[in-house]
Design a binder for this molecule. Sequence first.
Ligand SMILES: Cc1ncc(COP(=O)(O)O)c(C=O)c1O
Length: 401
Amino acid sequence: MSSLRRRYATATAHLQAPFAIVDLTALRDNAADLVRRAGGTPIRVASKSVRCRALLREVLAFPGFSGIMAYTLPEALWLATDPESADIATDILVAYPTVDTDAIARLAATPEAAAKITLMVDSVHHLDLITAAAPDPAAPIRVCLDIDTSWQPLGRAVRIGAYRSPIRTPQQAVALARAIVRRPQLHLDGIMAYEAQIAGVGDAPPGRPLYGAVLRWVQQQSRRELAHRRAAIVNAVQDITELRFVNGGGTGSLHTTSRDPAVTEVAAGSGLYQPRLFDHYRSVNRRPAALFALPVVRRPAPGVATVLGGGYLASGTPDPSRLPQPYLPAGLRFSATEGAGEVQTPLLGAAADTLAVGDLVWMRHAKAGELCEHFTHLHLVEGNRVTATVPTYRGEGKAFL
Ligand SMILES: Cc1ncc(COP(=O)(O)O)c(C=O)c1O
């Protein structure tokens, strides 16, 4: 048995599977690596990739991390106002536009939350929704302008990047910025330009060296184009009003985004848990910190061990990269006809014959925070002990997305 597997088995011998763990030593190591790659630029922790308040607290205590990037306004309101997190949730950027008019009304009616939360906007529709909640001009709602970062080398014919904001040029950004500053109920707080095609696409795809080389070239061109455009947008908007922050980047791009002089802060979350989709980046630390353990419940045939559950697929394009990874013991794979099952998952390979009914198989999720939607608690492992058991968002009765 590998020493890692033995250590996790010893630490969790008292637990009934399925359960999820976070190796705190690995998480801290990953956090230190993110801080090193950010090179002094503060990192806003992406809560969608953590989904556990105790671990958000752990990360925010780390020098180099500052502020939370939330994924919904109800989440941000909860973090900002609940006594369990109000002290750490003092600066929350909601990174995606909201059309939740109830939540906007609650924000407008809660000055202590409005002083901590910034909403994302990319159109006048968003401004209208927010101002309809009649915020008090004495305590305006803070908003952030989202910028399209896609690389479009041939005009509209080719688009490399995610479909996010329609705001792409300095002129468009200035027009929306003017519309914001004209409304006294709103305050233009910052700009966000998240380059998903660089930060979220592994630049070292396994077994595809040629594709990897092309990908890295494309990412480099996109980075250059964005550096010019982001700087032009920031300068143009700053002529209208002073900005508190310019946010960019993600786990996969901290080392390059942080070097862009127009950027004042970067965001990251996935690199803390180090899920499977982040294995194929040249620059990212490869120390898995979040795992889940499934029990072997039967042995249908030689070379096959069936575990309970396992079908925790990740969001995104429906392809095998979204499957979890059978991690320990090494050498297990999914059946081509069954994949990761709803209630049981046969795992194939020579390693299956080393497993008995009741043994554990350790798995990794393809993405980071989505793991927490399947478990109410995370058991925090240090050395060969569980030193704490903490609730996930789901364990606190919260399912924001
Ligand atoms: C706006 C924004 N910033 C940053 C990130 C990076 O997050 P992570 O480091 O978890 O990949 C994301 C991920 O989707 C994002 O949507």
